[in-house]
Design a protein around this ligand. Structure first.
Ligand SMILES: Cc1cc2nc3c(=O)[nH]c(=O)nc-3n(C[C@H](O)[C@H](O)[C@H](O)COP(=O)(O)OP(=O)(O)OC[C@H]3O[C@@H](n4cnc5c(N)ncnc54)[C@H](O)[C@@H]3O)c2cc1C
Length: 333
């Protein structure tokens, strides 16, 4: 390994950003590449323009996060002190209008979940709107071929997209993997999820604190972004479909999906819908995960897979996976 190495990170979600900060703080030259318009990946916040130049805001990916690990808690405490994160609730009603408090804080971004990612990206070399099309390994270097026709070279490569997408990038560059690693990676699967974002004419009538964790079909979750504090000028709700409904309707058009989900959510939302948008999360949350927090392919040019499908799922799992990936690479340097 060279004294000062470079690492390319594909994905500026929680995993990629946590890894990037950790590596950069240890003197590694890091470049983070993401095909999205903004950083954050599934920690996504979107706005819809409504009349009078006002905007309705939605968290349409991750809604909140929990903390079990003391290391992750230390980051979260900093974000709380910086005013970036707040405790939202200690549990949500599950369809019976009764609070289900289990004592564990659920945290959210005070200005939306995406703001946490934007904060983490500060001071990093992050290229958004930059899609990687294929990956090749030449001797001790990785080469990332971009959609623009340009290429990026790096000594080490960290892949944080959902695993089927990472494998597709390696396949596109005819890049081989050891059989054991490929087998472990091909076992990982994800659920899909439709998110319907609806602008309402009146406040939604969800129980305190303005969210319902139904975990049913066709609706898994409904949240009132106005009461959450991220959509001050408009009444907006985010509706997440369950995995079965999403799978069964994956080929349906937006109109059909929205009509069915808005109808099913109507009994809880109880307010007229002015407008809506649908987002399709093909890889929403992992169904089958890898037991270790990252997978290191030891080679002259190191390759690491990480993300919420490694170790533990969700936002916390992604953060810990990013930190584990950085530690694994630093151990090699
Ligand atoms: C609908 C939904 C609800 C959720 N609810 C919760 C919740 O309430 N609580 C919770 O803790 N977690 C929740 N999650 C899960 C949580 O969002 C994820 O676990 C976490 O954000 C994953 O982060 P990540 O960095 O591993 O992956 P991602 O955020 O997916 O980041 C991967 C990045 O890779 C980029 N990428 C992919 N391919 C390429 C390419 N070819 N070139 C360049 N860039 C590429 C993507 O654009 C993306 O930004 C939810 C997820 C969804 C979708």
């Amino acid at each position: 390994m060279k004294p000062s190495i470079s690492c390319a990170i594909v994905g500026a979600g929680m995993t990629g950003l946590m890894a990037a900060r950790e590596l950069q703080s240890h003197g590694i030259k890091v470049i983070v590449i993401d095909k999205g318009r903004s950083v954050g990946g599934r920690m996504a916040t979107r706005w819809i323009e409504i009349e009078g130049n006002e905007k309705g805001f939605f968290d349409h990916g991750a809604q909140f996060f929990t903390v079990r690990d003391p290391w992750f808690q230390s980051f979260v405490d900093e974000w709380i002190s910086a005013g970036l994160v707040r405790e939202w609730a200690r549990g949500f009603a599950q369809g019976d209008d009764l609070p289900h408090h289990d004592g564990h804080p659920r945290y959210c971004g005070t200005a939306g979940m995406n703001a946490i990612a934007r904060h983490l990206a500060t001071g990093l070399d992050v290229r958004v709107n930059t899609k990687v099309e294929s990956l090749t390994r030449q001797a001790e270097q990785w080469s990332l071929a971009l959609e623009s026709g340009a290429a990026i070279q790096a000594d080490a490569l960290l892949l944080t997209p959902p695993v089927p997408q990472s494998l597709a990038l390696l396949n596109a560059g005819d890049c081989s993997l050891p059989d054991g690693a490929r087998h472990a990676l091909e076992r990982i699967t994800y659920d899909s999820c439709f998110a319907v974002m609806a602008v309402l004419d009146a406040p939604a009538r969800l129980p305190e604190p303005g969210a319902l964790q139904l975990q049913q079909e066709p609706i898994a979750w409904i949240a009132d972004n106005h009461r959450k504090g991220i959509s001050p000028d408009a009444f907006t709700v985010t509706i997440h479909a369950g995995p079965d409904f999403t799978r069964e309707h994956w080929e349906a058009d937006h109109e059909t999906v929205a009509r069915k989900l808005l109808h099913a959510a109507g009994e809880w939302v109880r307010a007229p819908v002015k407008s809506w948008q649908v987002h399709r999360w093909r890889y929403s949350q992992p169904r089958l995960t890898h037991p270790e927090p990252c997978l290191f392919v030891n080679d002259a040019a190191p390759l690491i897979f990480a993300g919420d499908a490694f170790g533990a799922p969700r936002v916390e799992g992604a953060a810990l996976s990013g930190l584990a990936a950085a530690a694994a690479l630093l151990k090699r340097v």
